[in-house]
Design a protein around this ligand. Sequence first.
Ligand code: ADP
Ligand code: MG
Length: 145
Amino acid sequence: MYNKILVPLDGSDRARKALSHAVELAKKLGAKVTLMHVVPSLPPYVNTAVDRLGQAQQAIIDELMRNGKELLEQYASSISDKTIEVDTFIVMGQPADEILEKAKAENYDLIVVGSRGLGEIKGYLMGSVSNRVSRHASCPVLIIR
Ligand SMILES: Nc1ncnc2c1ncn2[C@@H]1O[C@H](COP(=O)(O)OP(=O)(O)O)[C@@H](O)[C@H]1O
Ligand SMILES: [Mg+2]
């Protein structure tokens, strides 16, 4: 039923927990798991800036991409069951949009996401990414608290 599972990861403990759930499911179902990280786009005023700021912006992007790739590699190698098929994907953009787009375009049949992430503010049940993904996804979404 669930052959392709998408796990969006932002480096938070809750996302880490979501990955554990996804891995357990994948083990039982023989599903493939994709670990995905979105480097959030920088505010638009930086994009229209002069050369020197443009270079600084590029340096920030490079560093964020490097960090994200490292994060994904760490997550991937932490999966001890080597029978599970795992791949990683990193992209820049609006996290919720990129997650929704990937899930739809590549026919994922389950998204396992944390209820909250790095920006956790006490009192809110859901973050904006988990909220948007669960409301607009083309497939079932499992939200891990
Ligand atoms: N930049 C991102 N890349 C990939 N997944 C993300 C990203 N941001 C959030 N997520 C996913 O969405 C979940 C909820 O995070 P979010 O909605 O951003 O809550 P918060 O407001 O607490 O940060 C995370 O646990 C993670 O699974
Ligand atoms: Mg967040």
